[in-house]
Design a binder for this molecule. Structure first.
Ligand SMILES: [Fe+2]
Length: 297
């Protein structure tokens, strides 16, 4: 009799905990976090001497300030454009941003990409008002969106493109390059766009949706920093990491590289956890995240 009461109590507690955790997974996608990082100085041979004041000293004399958000998955994104814009405005007010960059995965269902377009248009409108350029690359979920549709987005896609910016901090030229994602079927790792002929830059920053790009770079693919998304930090964490070993086929998570900043093959790689959800409108131990990065030039 007494034993049955203990078993019933334990089962009730387990059930209650399960229900609480389940509810929490629906709450977590609503909690936006801001990851602010000063990335370490790295010279991965992407730059070619465009920071003359620091040349020879090894001391960075300025930094690029990039606001990065990724993995919108608009059907299952519970961070409104207004909230995201408010965070951008706050960061820009604290110290001027050089660029806002979107890291891909607009939508889960490409047939409904207009929902993502509407979201990104609101961000673009605010950025125009603030005078901040808006760049982006597409992700593996976006490959079915026709290129003609993407052209209608109010965002400059860095697909095979390398653009030159001048940092607001120190007036130092740096390059922002991007590659689109080929999707999982018939995976292709595209060449990293080269610097414009004769252009001197301090550092070259590559935007690529999938961070595994760092494992597939050729000798001719030059850059110093890589900013990515895609991993969602697993989105729903499990005790044995099933989300990485069974559900995902990416290489870096199997090497325990799932989020944040890492030095790999001489490049500094930053992985942001994204703001939306894929497949299920749930997150567990992976809060939605944007990154504000100060990159030494
Ligand atoms: Fe994603």
């Amino acid at each position: 009799m007494f034993g049955n009461i203990i078993i019933d109590t334990v089962l009730t507690i387990i059930l209650a905990l399960g229900v609480i955790l389940l509810i929490w997974t629906f709450v977590e996608p609503h909690i936006l976090t801001v990851r602010r990082e000063v990335l370490p100085p790295v010279d991965g041979n992407g730059g070619n001497g465009g920071n003359e004041c620091a040349a020879g000293t090894g001391v960075p004399r300025g930094s690029a300030r990039i606001f990065f958000f990724s993995d919108l998955h608009a059907e299952f994104c519970f961070i409104s454009p207004a909230r995201l814009i408010a965070v951008i405005e706050k960061e820009h007010k604290a110290r001027p941003l050089d660029a806002v960059v979107f890291g891909g995965d607009i939508i889960n269902n490409p047939l409904k990409h207009e929902k993502g377009k509407d979201y990104l248009s609101k961000v673009a409108e605010a950025l125009k008002r603030l005078g901040i350029p808006f760049y982006g690359v597409t992700g593996n979920h976006d490959v079915m969106i026709p290129a003609s549709e993407l052209e209608g987005y109010d965002i400059r896609w860095l697909h095979g493109d390398c653009t030159i910016l001048e940092s607001k901090d120190g007036s130092i030229p740096f390059a922002l390059a991007g590659v689109r994602d080929s999707g999982r079927e018939c995976r292709v790792w595209y060449d990293v766009p080269a610097l414009p002929e004769g252009q001197a830059v301090s550092r070259k920053i590559l935007i690529a949706h999938n961070p595994d790009v760092v494992l597939h770079m050729k000798d001719t693919d030059t850059c110093d920093y890589i900013i990515s998304g895609h991993i969602h930090r697993g989105q729903i964490r499990t005790p044995f990491g099933i989300e990485f070993t069974v559900l995902r086929k990416d290489d870096l998570p199997r090497q325990k590289v799932i989020t944040g900043t890492h030095i790999i093959n001489g490049k500094c790689l930053h992985i942001s956890d994204g703001i939306g959800c894929v497949r299920l409108p749930m997150r567990f131990l992976c809060l939605p995240q944007v990154s504000v990065l100060d990159i030494p030039l």
